[in-house]
Design a protein around this ligand. Structure first.
Ligand code: HAM
Length: 407
């Protein structure tokens, strides 16, 4: 299917490597892993991402459930994780919940480099506190993880503050007032979302829209003194930790649930237009909107495939699954003995390779080379009679002799 990929061994190794790097770093910050179902009721995404968001209006894979409800393949992880925390009574104002997740998400988007219809997100959510130190620690955790990966093309952190809902409301009024008279000059897509998903006009990739919105009002001018103080604290904290960042007034994010700090880690080269490798922000009202207690939270998700694209050029030297030993037979009695040895040695925890088709020694050696086998053991009538086999290192060519009866 378009935008949904088959994934094989080498890529899976790299995926495990990236995932475990994330899990190791997140655990050091006190996060534990959570898994939620791929299918969820559509309602939680409408209530969280927003009715007017791209995800809800055109990107979800939906199905009718037996009970008459509409369910969908999750387009993102946050809403499902918060639903799970609420239902399992793991959210309260007295405690903090810090969780991370790794799993497939589904969006019916037009596939292109770095954009798929099934993709894997590595996400984390910190629920229960809204001091600026939470935002700083959370951003430091993602920075810590990404710095642990050999991402040569530099990854840049962009931050912005979308304010409290009241502040954003005033900002939107001013934005609409400025652009309503000239809305016909925007692309068709922006014209359509002007009323429902206004902020997204700011990150439209269309050149004319970009030219228009560079004169848009700055959301930071609409923040009250408390919000400005908070945003300054976040920036100070990042500076103190020597985490480079840039304030971007056009960073708005695509989901309705964000408040206050929002951020994206973008790659400056190698990904083209789909250059956000991770994004997120504070979403203080989501738990309440989903029927849970009114508890603040911040979260992020990274696109695993985009990280893999950036890692493509790196020589990662991951420990791939190559045979420790190939047992090579020289004749029929050797083949019988080889088949016996195969099980004996494998029971000792070794990865042993054996050619089942009847092949010459030369051909079996070629196979051992192709599979990057570490050592080969050669056995035939002569070796059985002499109770001695040769074990050859494929790397150094060195040969050692071993008693067959003691193997
Ligand atoms: P998002 O910005 O929609 O945020 O997605 C997060 C990341 O997922 C993106 O930065 C990108 O790397 C990756 N991604 C998104 N769509 C695709 C796609 N079609 N193909 C490949 N990669 C993709 C969220 O999903 C929020 N739930 C993040 C969050 C967590 N906010 C708070 N908590």
């Amino acid at each position: 299917m378009k935008g949904m990929n088959d994934i094989f061994s080498d890529e899976i190794l790299t995926r495990h490597y990236v995932n475990s790097t994330a899990a190791n770093v997140f655990r050091r910050y006190g996060f534990s892993e959570v898994q939620t179902p791929i299918l969820e009721e559509i309602d939680i995404f409408i209530r969280s991402a927003g009715k007017g968001s791209d995800i809800v209006t055109k990107e979800m894979y939906t199905f009718n459930n037996d009970d008459g409800k509409i369910i969908c393949a999750r387009p993102e992880g946050t809403a499902g994780v918060i639903r799970a925390l609420i239902q399992n009574k793991l959210i309260s104002n007295e405690t903090e919940s810090k969780v991370f997740y790794i799993g497939s998400m589904f969006r019916k988007e037009r596939p292109q480099r770095g954009r798929f219809r099934e993709f894997c997100q590595i996400g984390a959510e910190f629920v229960g506190s809204d001091t600026s130190t939470v935002d700083i620690e959370f951003l430091a955790m993602i920075y810590d993880w990404l710095s642990n990966l050999p991402l040569k093309s530099s990854v840049k952190l962009l931050i912005n503050d979308l304010g409290e809902p009241e502040e954003r409301k005033k900002y939107l009024q001013s934005f609409k007032k400025q652009f309503r008279p000239v809305i016909d000059e925007f692309c068709d897509f922006c014209k359509k979302r002007f009323n429902k998903n206004t902020l997204r006009l700011l990150d439209c990739k269309n050149i004319t829209c970009k030219r228009m919105t560079q004169f848009a009002p700055n959301i930071l001018d609409f923040l009250n003194s408390k919000s400005i103080k908070r945003f300054n604290e976040v920036q100070e904290g990042l500076k103190n930790l020597k985490i480079p960042f840039k304030v971007s007034k056009t960073l708005v994010r695509g989901l309705d649930y964000y408040t206050k700090t929002v951020f994206e880690f973008v790659s400056e080269s190698g990904l083209g237009s789909q250059n956000a490798i991770a994004g997120g922000g504070r979403y203080d009202g989501l738990s309440h909107a989903l029927g849970g207690p009114d508890v603040p939270a911040i979260g992020m998700a990274a696109g695993l495939e985009r990280i893999l694209l950036l890692l493509e050029k790196e020589k990662l030297n991951l420990d791939s699954n190559t045979p420790d030993l190939a047992i090579i037979y020289a004749d029929e009695p050797g083949r019988k003995k080889a088949f016996e040895l195969l099980f004996k040695l494998r029971n000792r925890g070794l990865y042993i390779d054996f050619e089942h088709k009847i092949k010459s020694v030369k051909s079996q050696m070629r196979r051992a080379n192709r599979l990057k086998t570490k050592e080969v053991l050669i056995i035939g009538t002569r070796e059985i009679e002499n109770d001695e086999v040769q074990i050859k290192s494929m790397n150094s060519g060195q040969i050692r002799l071993e008693k067959l009866s003691s193997i």
